[in-house]
Structures are given as structure tokens and as C-alpha cells.
Design a protein around this ligand. Structure first.
Ligand SMILES: [Zn+2]
Ligand SMILES: [Zn+2]
Length: 239
């Protein structure tokens, strides 16, 4: 039961939260996994009475979706599936930008984003954009190569390129390479910018979409030591 909450009140709110959450979740598209859980809820209720169960779908945890405790609530209200909590947070924060909190103990869930290393995927790109991005990347490599070659020539010439003596007629090899790299750099830069303007989605946008599609947020388990409110003095109560 939630700490500091009247047990009867918490139980009543819990029932409301659970039923309301199920009805709310039922009004949106459920994943096949959740549909299976809800449809099999009645038939397996007697077998799960003694097991820790999720406070939203009232089903036990499994290997794919284990139960965990994200807030100060304990006992029968202490456990929840991550998928159920994620769905509930998505629905409850859809129109608000506030950080999600437990409705019973008001603990602010600790969330952080993680990269999906196992199931990462590229965003969809049409063939025209693929060609344009290949041209862009090729020109980017040319630009980097030119910059590196110019620096190498400058270092090997020990800074003599910039002195330009008056009676000098012929260019050294380093100077020719430097001039060639300068021209190639600007041509590559112009082509790279042109293809990026022509592309429907720029490389930058694709990178952002790649990061967005392959990151997901996770909720940390409740840790009493990290709870900022746990050591605060209790508020005055009127009896
Ligand atoms: Zn659940
Ligand atoms: Zn709670």
C-alpha cells in the first residue's frame, strides 16, 4: 500500500485507477500481447491470487515483460508491467507536458532514454534520396580528403606556402596540391549543398529520425535512497 496514504482510500483509488486504466487502454489500439493478457484475465485470476500481479492488468510478470516497482507504492499496488506503465504514461501525459507521477503516492517516475542496440533500424528512404545522399557522402569524403591533404602539404612545406617571394615563378608540388585541393574542396562543397537541397529529407533530418526511431525511454525501479522527498519532515495533519 502507498506509504502515508489511508489504506481504505488507497484501495478505493486503486480499484478506480485499475478499472479506469483498463477502460482507457481499451479505447485505444492494444498490442496483441496486452489483448491476450486482458482476455485471459478472468480465466487465470484464481491461479494468480497469490502471485505478485500488475496493478493495471492484474496479470503476473513473465520473461518478456517482468513486473517491477517504479514508485513508493508497495504490497498489492507495488508491481506493474513496464508495457502497462508505458501505455498508461503515454495516455495520461498525451495532453500535458508534465513529468508523469504515480496517482497514489505522487512519486515522479524516473525516466531516461536508451538506444535500442538490438533492434535498431534505418528510417525509410526513397531511391532518389538514396542516390543524392550517396553523392553527398562522396563529396563530404572529398572535402575531408582535401582538407587533410592541404594541412599535410602545409606542414611538409613548413609554412613556406604563405610567404610568396617576389621572384618566384614555378610552383612547388605542395603548392600545386594545395591549390588543387582548394578548388576541389569548393566544387565538392557546392555539389554537396546542391544535392542536399534537392533531397526530400536531408542527411541531418535522417540522422535525427534514426536517433528518434531507435531510442526508447525506460523507467527506473524505485530506489528509496534516490527519493528526494523521503527525508523531508512530514506535513502537519489535521485530525
Ligand atoms: Zn500489466
Ligand atoms: Zn505509487
Amino acid at each position: 500500500m502507498a506509504e502515508g496514504v489511508d489504506p481504505n482510500l488507497a484501495q478505493a483509488v486503486s480499484s478506480t485507477l485499475t478499472v479506469a486504466s483498463i477502460h482507457t487502454i481499451g479505447s485505444v489500439n492494444l498490442t496483441p500481447q496486452l489483448q491476450k493478457k486482458f482476455t485471459s484475465r478472468e480465466s487465470s485470476m484464481t491461479g494468480t491470487d497469490l502471485l505478485p500481479i500488475c496493478r493495471i492488468c492484474q496479470m503476473p510478470g513473465d520473461a518478456q515483460d517482468p513486473l517491477f516497482s517504479p514508485c513508493r507504492c508497495s504490497g498489492t499496488l507495488g508491481f506493474i508491467h513496464f508495457s502497462c506503465l508505458k501505455r498508461w504514461i503515454e495516455i495520461s501525459t498525451r495532453k500535458k507536458k508534465k513529468q508523469p507521477r504515480c496517482e497514489l503516492c505522487h512519486y515522479q517516475f524516473h525516466r531516461h532514454k536508451t538506444f535500442k542496440f538490438k533492434n535498431w533500424r534505418f528510417p525509410r528512404v526513397n531511391n532518389r534520396d538514396k542516390c543524392l545522399h550517396i553523392i553527398f557522402l562522396f563529396n563530404l569524403v572529398v572535402m575531408i580528403g582535401c582538407a587533410v591533404a592541404t594541412i599535410m602539404c602545409f606542414l611538409s612545406d613548413k609554412g613556406q606556402i604563405t610567404k610568396f617571394p617576389k621572384n618566384k615563378v614555378e610552383l612547388t608540388t605542395e603548392e600545386i596540391i594545395t591549390l588543387g585541393c582548394g578548388v576541389a574542396f569548393f566544387v565538392a562543397f557546392f555539389i554537396a549543398m546542391t544535392v542536399e537541397i534537392k533531397a526530400k529529407h536531408t542527411v541531418y533530418k535522417l540522422c535525427m529520425r534514426f536517433i528518434m526511431h531507435n531510442t526508447e525511454w525506460a523507467v527506473d525501479s524505485y530506489d528509496r535512497n534516490k527519493d528526494p522527498d523521503i527525508n523531508k519532515p512530514p506535513k502537519a495533519q489535521y485530525v
